[in-house]
Design a binder for this molecule. Structure first.
Ligand code: NAD
Length: 270
């Protein structure tokens, strides 16, 4: 990684910052000069990361599905670090279940954490960003928001909504100097995915097989794109949702004819 100092003097909040992609983003922007507020439900992980980063880093326990707590998070950040320039709405939860079987509470929880929380964060942050003359919002959507994955009903719906809400933010707040963009990760080696994948023998290899890059991402590879979108390097980029997925969504899903044709040719030769 080329070390840069793109965030000197900037203040960032990252939700879901105690683990995975959010923690990698916190390390990245703090390493490049930002003060960072790590917001998460996970106290142990969040406090450990804030201690690791040291000066210019703080942790606050926040349930992002609670609008009052999110408002208080933004206020606390401004009180501690003097303002807010970057909001990374990244906290999210998974969900599996077909529509007729999905308990209503589960649907509502996923919508609350994956979608409502993004609105709450932006609602609280935009007035603060206006005071600074602009800012950058980044939302973690998903490849599962660009197309649908089997059984991910509520998750697919929320991540697609985040993509279009990001466009809405971008056009409504361009005149405020606020940019809004999303990242759409494919499979990333973080607990939200690996807790399920590791429980099923052979699933990881099968899943890697359908990704053109033939591997899962490291959280740092998603965080690097989010950091680009947060930085002035992306000063004319707003309203986009960037796939960071090893080519997953570039593929229609149809079979690899090269492999099939080669197999047929060698069978004909034999
Ligand atoms: P992760 O499990 O490492 O981190 C998620 C973090 O969010 C955890 O620290 C968790 O405590 C926190 N969190 C969950 N609910 C919260 C709440 N209500 N309030 C505050 N914090 C909460 O997983 P990750 O992969 O880093 O996930 C980050 C984002 O990336 C999520 O939005 C997820 O949907 C998205 N994503 C992940 C993948 C993947 O394969 N890992 C793929 C596409 C999108």
């Amino acid at each position: 990684m080329t070390q840069q100092n793109r965030f000197t003097g900037k203040v960032a909040i990252v939700t879901g910052g105690a683990s995975g992609i959010g923690a990698a983003f916190a390390r990245r922007v703090h390493g490049e000069g930002a003060a960072v507020l790590i917001a998460d439900l996970d106290v142990a992980g969040g406090e450990a990361l804030a201690a690791e980063l040291g000066d210019g880093a703080a942790f606050r326990q926040v349930d992002v599905s609670d609008a009052v707590a999110v408002e208080a998070m933004v206020k606390a950040c401004v009180a501690q670090f003097g303002g807010l320039d970057i909001l990374y709405n990244n906290a999210g939860i998974g969900c599996f279940g077909l529509t007729p079987d999905l308990p209503l509470e589960q649907w509502h929880r996923v919508v609350a954490v994956n979608l409502d929380a993004v609105f709450y964060g932006c609602r609280a942050a935009i007035p603060q960003m206006r005071k600074r003359g602009g800012g950058a919002i980044i939302n973690t959507a998903s490849a599962s928001g660009m197309a649908a994955d089997f059984g991910f009903t509520a998750y697919n719906a929320t991540k697609a909504a985040v993509i279009n809400y990001t466009r809405s933010l971008a056009i409504d707040h361009a005149a405020d100097g606020i940019r809004a963009n999303a990242v759409c990760p494919g499979p990333v080696e973080t607990p939200i995915l690996m807790n399920g994948v590791d429980a099923i023998p052979g699933l990881k290899a099968e899943w890697e097989g359908v990704v053109p890059a033939k591997r899962f991402a490291r959280p740092e590879e998603i965080a690097a794109v989010a950091a680009f979108l947060a930085s002035d390097d992306a000063s004319y980029v707003t309203g986009v949702s960037v796939p960071v997925d090893g080519g997953l969504t570039a593929h229609t899903g149809q079979p690899d004819l090269r492999a099939r044709m080669a197999a047929a040719a060698s069978a004909a030769e034999a």
